[in-house]
Ligand binder design. Structure first.
Ligand code: ATP
Length: 735
């Protein structure tokens, strides 16, 4: 038996056994066995540090089924990204078969916790749930923090610290389980959460690591071998060598543009060499992908048909999935991707090629962290398909291979360090404590703050806590009486809508120069908020952006005195949002401003949340009801990407911006106009099929007609309608 596999121990609980049975798990991987030994079934707090693919998700499921069986309550599985939430949801279907309903909760901060024993949520969403329902920290019987190394992420770190310290502050029975593939100080993190660490380097597929330089692959042992030079392009020659042996290759590049360029160059060089019937089928599927600029979908479709593809976060979900499915099916043999793929999406390949170990952050060239190298290298080796995985880091001309071997291959990942130091993180953290409780003493704020990793590593930041409380008080979110701190109505509302507290002074300041009657001004206001995802503007676009401001809000040019890169990015984001709410297509937004659909969707969902949040806090800042309404209408227009006249129609499930425009232009301008519409009238309109017609009729409460419409459509599809209703149908056609 290969090392690392263990029998399920006789003392394992029935819940663990039935979970294993349903999962098809006959032998336990080493970290799974170690987690059982360390008491994961009994509710022990654990940090599991084990490589990618070593079965950490199964350990989480063991904790969840045992925790719910033992204590009831609810379980939460926390992930860094929405895309990871959807990815994990599929592996949680096992729980549904064990009778545990699983829900995803990633978006709308106004929604409370879903009614389900198991919830998969993003860190932010769970943190916001804790603010609106503080009892959650007690009701939760298991909280799994996936990728707990994100504690050292500047933005997500403070949120994770806020969650963990609030749970620790409760004397409840909540089990905390941290998972990570790259946390060298797992012991320290385990102590922080009041538990123990499980550390294993076992991998289902052994990993071999190399440095590539001048067509040689250098092993850590110092030996090297030649790489056949077939195309004279090292990324392609490295990829093709693996493909020739039946494997697949994943090439990580540092920029989207380079991923696309290299993929297109590879396809040009390879011609039909990697193509196959399956590849052509996946290519055809990609060309039909919804919500993608036509030019991008067609380009990617032809690459997939040639067995090559690229992948990055700017692609719409439909195209990302098309690439992932084609790669997992083995139809695509080589994928060029930005590192985002390493975080979360499960797409291993026999050979992972790290094309460049530099990142370009704000114009500077930064070598990647060791943790990021390990994250990418960990993707090498498909369990069940490959006997080994290979990670190849490509040296730069001036590099000596031994330096990269020492600096990356043999180096441990960086220690996980708290990032709670900043005022921004602490203000968010403190508001999260005082808002749910109403009024608390400074000492209880310090008690909870004392439970953070930051305090553990560097001592309690008393003076920064005091300054953060002072900021909250100056901004009107908190009131300090002696050693008591109370959240004001504004403070509770800001916590509930989960906006960064600094949104309040920025809102007040910007509002002085903007008019709430001008939609561009509102979109610019949203784009300046600290939580907003901004679209970087290039110098080349400045001219065009200034024209856009002159056109949309001339007054603004006088008030926004200086347009630095930050302001320019806010202007570009506002310009793109304005196009979106005026119903410009993704194609047009992509061709005019080079904004990928994935980025557009990210900007749209963030702007919709911020606009709704500003609408709710506006009354507390003395703004009129009309301002609130304008912000709320803008939020809904952003959500759907429509002009105001379509808002009633997009409230119908299944009717998005395109179908609403078709209905409106066909004369159905309101819900009232639809009240008398017949199914067959609706189905005559483009893009209005039986399912949309049914959804419209059901929304109008005319369910029987909806069923009838769908039944007729089904019969028609089977060619039975003419037979059953011959003359009646002919009669209609005869009209
Ligand atoms: N004991 C086991 N026996 C057989 N297959 C297993 C076992 N445990 C997990 N697997 C399978 O191995 C694959 C990787 O498991 P899993 O996703 O849990 O790893 P992971 O460590 O969570 O990876 P990541 O770090 O990417 O989240 C999955 O397809 C899973 O079904």
């Amino acid at each position: 038996m290969p090392t690392g596999l263990y029998d399920i121990p006789s003392w394992a609980t029935n819940e663990t056994r039935s979970l294993a049975k349903l999962s098809g798990v006959e032998k336990l991987f080493e970290p799974q066995y170690m987690a059982l030994e360390t008491g994961v079934e009994r509710g022990e707090n654990l940090v599991v540090a084990a490589p990618t693919g070593s079965g950490k998700t199964f350990i989480a499921l063991v904790a969840i089924v045992n925790g719910l069986a033992r204590r009831g309550g609810r379980a939460f599985y926390l992930v860094p990204l929405k895309s990871v939430a959807y990815e994990k949801y599929s592996s949680f279907s096992i729980l549904a078969r064990m009778g545990f309903r699983v829900k995803i909760s990633v978006g709308d901060f106004r929604e409370g916790p879903p009614e389900a024993p198991v919830t998969i949520a993003t860190y932010e969403k769970f943190d916001s749930l804790l603010r609106v329902s503080p009892s959650l920290a007690r009701d939760a019987s298991v909280v799994v923090v996936d990728e707990i190394h994100n504690v050292s992420d500047p933005k997500r770190g403070p949120i994770l610290e806020s969650i963990v310290s609030r749970i620790l502050a409760n004397t409840g029975e909540t089990q905390i389980l941290g998972l990570s593939a790259t946390v060298p100080n797992a012991g320290e993190i385990a102590e922080w959460i009041g538990g123990r660490s499980v550390e294993s380097s076992w991998r289902p597929v052994p990993l071999r690591e190399y440095v590539f330089k001048e067509y040689r692959l250098y092993s850590p042992g110092g030996s090297w071998r030649e790489v056949p030079r077939v195309y004279g392009l090292y990324d392609l020659d490295l990829a093709v060598e693996t493909v020739e042996e039946g494997g697949q290759a994943l090439v990580f590049t540092y920029s989207r543009r380079r991923a696309v360029t290299l993929a297109k160059r590879a396809a040009r060089k390879l011609g039909r060499r990697l193509s196959s019937r399956e590849a052509r089928e996946y290519g055809a599927e990609a060309s039909r992908a919804e919500g993608a600029p036509r030019s991008v979908a067609d380009e990617l479709a032809s690459l997939i048909a040639a067995g090559v593809a690229y992948h990055h976060a700017g692609l719409p979900p439909s195209l990302r999935r098309a690439v992932e499915d084609a790669f997992r099916a083995g139809a695509v043999r080589v994928v060029y991707s930005t590192p985002t793929l390493a975080a979360g999406v499960n797409m291993p390949a026999r050979r992972v090629i790290i094309d460049s170990y530099y990142r370009y952050e704000a114009g500077f060239r930064e070598p990647i962290r060791v943790a990021e190298y390990k994250q990418m290298a960990g993707r090498a080796g498909r369990p069940g398909l490959d006997d080994y995985g290979e990670a190849v880091i490509v040296a730069e001309r001036m590099d000596r291979p031994e330096d990269l071997i020492a600096g990356y291959i043999q180096a441990p990942p960086e220690r996980v360090e708290s990032r709670l130091a900043g005022l921004r993180g602490l203000r968010h953290f403190i508001l999260g404590i005082i808002a749910p409780e109403g009024e608390v003493g400074i000492e209880s704020i310090e008690r909870v703050a004392g439970l953070t990793l930051y305090s553990r590593q560097r001592g309690l930041p008393r003076e920064i806590i005091a300054r953060a409380i002072e900021d909250l008080s100056i901004w009107g979110l908190a009131e300090v009486e002696g050693d008591r701190v109370a959240a004001t109505g504004l403070g509770r509302e800001v916590a509930a809508v989960y906006l960064d507290p600094e949104s309040v002074p920025i809102f007040k300041h910007e509002a002085r120069y903007l008019s709430f009657d001008n939609e561009f001004d509102i979109l610019y206001l949203i784009s300046t908020m600290p939580d907003m995802v901004k679209l970087a503007a290039t110098r080349r676009e400045e001219e065009k952006l200034l024209e856009a401001i002159l056109d949309a809000s001339p007054r603004m040019l006088s008030s926004v005195d200086w347009l630095g890169p930050e302001e320019m990015a806010a202007v570009k984001t506002a310009v793109v949002l304005k196009l979106w709410i005026e119903e410009a297509s993704e194609d047009r937004i992509y061709s005019e401003w080079g904004v990928h659909t994935g980025d557009l969707l990210n900007v749209v969902s963030t702007a919709e949340w911020i606009a709704a949040g500003l609408s709710r806090i506006a009354p507390y800042l003395g703004f009129s009801t009309e301002v609130s309404q304008n912000l709320s209408i803008t939020s809904r227009r952003i959500k759907h990407g429509v002009k105001p006249e379509l808002l009633p129609l997009v409230s119908i499930p299944g009717v998005g911006r395109v179908r609403a425009r078709i209905l409106f232009n066909a004369g159905y301008k309101s819900i009232h106009d639809l009240a008398t519409a017949r199914a067959e009238d609706l189905m005559r309109l483009p893009l209005i099929g039986p399912s949309t017609a049914r959804q419209i009729l059901e929304f109008l409460g005319r369910v029987d007609e909806a069923r009838l419409a769908e039944a007729r459509e089904t019969l028609a599809r089977k060619g039975l309608l003419t037979y059953l209703e011959g003359d009646a149908v002919a009669g209609e056609e005869g009209e």
